[in-house]
Design a protein around this ligand. Structure first.
Ligand code: LMR
Length: 396
């Protein structure tokens, strides 16, 4: 084979890591990818993870193949987190959950399954959305369009536009929604607005696909899963992808899941059998380690409490960084009101900076964010924040 095509473009998020790693600037700061670093700029290894790994090393086991759908205890723990362990959907057995290779893997397994189920459906993603959503659903064979989301003038959500687009969508359209901590804008819709979204999804016969990559980074584990409860209460069937990359700081282990809420157990069994075919024909079955760690933590009351504490500390530190960012931008001489940063939630801030300003930040100061103006607030710390603010002040 002779390959004649040009180089593909760099990934808009992970490609920045490559550029960052090659940058010799000693003051460089990576606010590009969505990764949480502690106040010393270190990627945390959570104590709950360390404890679970320690116990695993004390009792080493051989590594056979996992079932195609992953570790049973892991899948059960995911169902509990997403729907509530004592919830009706879990108790009645009408959730089909599979372990997946990260949240991205959960999305892809779901997308491939949906392509078999409803090959002519269109996919709607938010404008803007996580950079990989469009590519992922396009590569799964779908036509991908957007629904309005971000209102730059208002610095918030264009909810009327979003709702109008959902109400105009054809039956069967797949709507990708960010369950919490919208990526990239950091603006979530309110509980009352979720009610309206759920009603529109139901009235129009749309298929909701909730991407939940940041559960616990907004207001709390249960609070961030509230939208799921609304879809359940409306009697809808829907998809949820889960990621533990951020909430367990297990990025490189690729621990995620896909859950499909079905009408009854019999349907869930049939859906599960189809999801297993998608997995088997892609990568056969998932790896053990990350899933085993998460299952061990979530299945042990003490470790689970420790995890919730550690996750809460990450959440609180991010909020502190948001407040400090607003304060220090002002102190650095930025005249415009940047207080909108504290009304955003989760790991990201949509800064409102233009592509040119973001490129200048990168090239002149070694401060990396995405071209769309997204900055990862979770990578700020008490040592780099002054430099970041001074750099932003120079390009604004
Ligand atoms: C991000 O948006 O930066 C993260 O979700 C990491 C990724 O895979 O893009």
């Amino acid at each position: 084979m002779v390959y004649r095509r040009r180089n593909g473009p760099r990934d808009p998020i992970l490609g920045l890591n490559e550029q960052f790693n090659a940058d010799p600037n000693p003051a460089k700061v990576n606010l590009g990818v969505g990764v949480y670093f502690d106040d010393n700029g270190k990627l945390p290894l959570l104590a709950c993870v360390r404890a679970a790994e320690h116990a695993m090393m004390e009792a080493p086991t051989a590594r056979g193949y996992l079932p195609i759908d992953g570790i049973a205890a892991y899948d059960a723990a995911v169902k509990g987190l997403v729907f509530g362990a004592d919830s009706e959907p879990v108790k009645s057995g009408r959730v089909a959950t599979v372990q997946a290779i990260g949240g991205t893997g959960g999305l892809k397994v779901g997308a491939d399954f949906l392509k078999h189920l409803n090959p002519n459906a269109k996919v709607l993603i938010s404008d803007p959305s996580w950079e990989n959503h469009r590519a992922l659903f396009t590569n799964a064979g779908f036509l991908v369009e957007t629904y309005p989301y971000y209102d730059a003038a208002k610095r918030g959500v264009n909810f009327e536009g979003m709702l109008a687009a959902l109400n105009a969508a054809a039956a069967g359209t797949i709507v990708v929604l960010h369950a919490c901590c919208h990526n990239p804008t950091g603006y979530d819709i309110t509980a009352a607005q979720w009610d309206q979204v759920v009603a529109a999804v139901k009235a129009r016969g749309l298929t909701a696909f909730l991407d939940m990559a940041y559960q616990g980074f907004g207001h709390g584990i249960r609070e961030d899963g509230a939208a799921i409860g609304k879809f359940v209460a409306a009697g809808l069937s829907f998809f949820v992808s889960t990621s533990f990359s951020k909430s367990f700081s297990l990025y490189g282990e690729r621990v995620g899941a896909l859950s499909v809420l079905c009408e009854n157990k019999e349907e869930a069994d049939r859906v599960l059998s189809q999801l297993k075919i998608v997995i088997r024909t892609n990568y056969s079955n998932p790896p053990i380690h990350g899933g085993a760690v998460v299952a061990a933590v979530l299945g042990n009351p003490e470790l689970r409490a420790l995890w919730e504490k550690e996750l809460g500390e990450m959440r609180v530190r991010i909020k502190q960084m948001r407040n400090l960012l607003v304060e220090k931008l002002k102190a650095a001489g930025v005249k415009q009101d940047m207080s909108f940063i504290t009304s955003q939630i989760g790991m990201f801030s949509y800064s409102g900076l233009s592509k040119d300003q973001m490129v200048r930040l990168r090239n002149e100061f070694g401060v990396y964010g995405t071209d769309t103006g997204r900055m990862c607030v979770a990578a700020l710390n008490s040592k780099n924040i002054d430099y970041v603010c001074a750099s932003i002040a120079k390009v604004i």
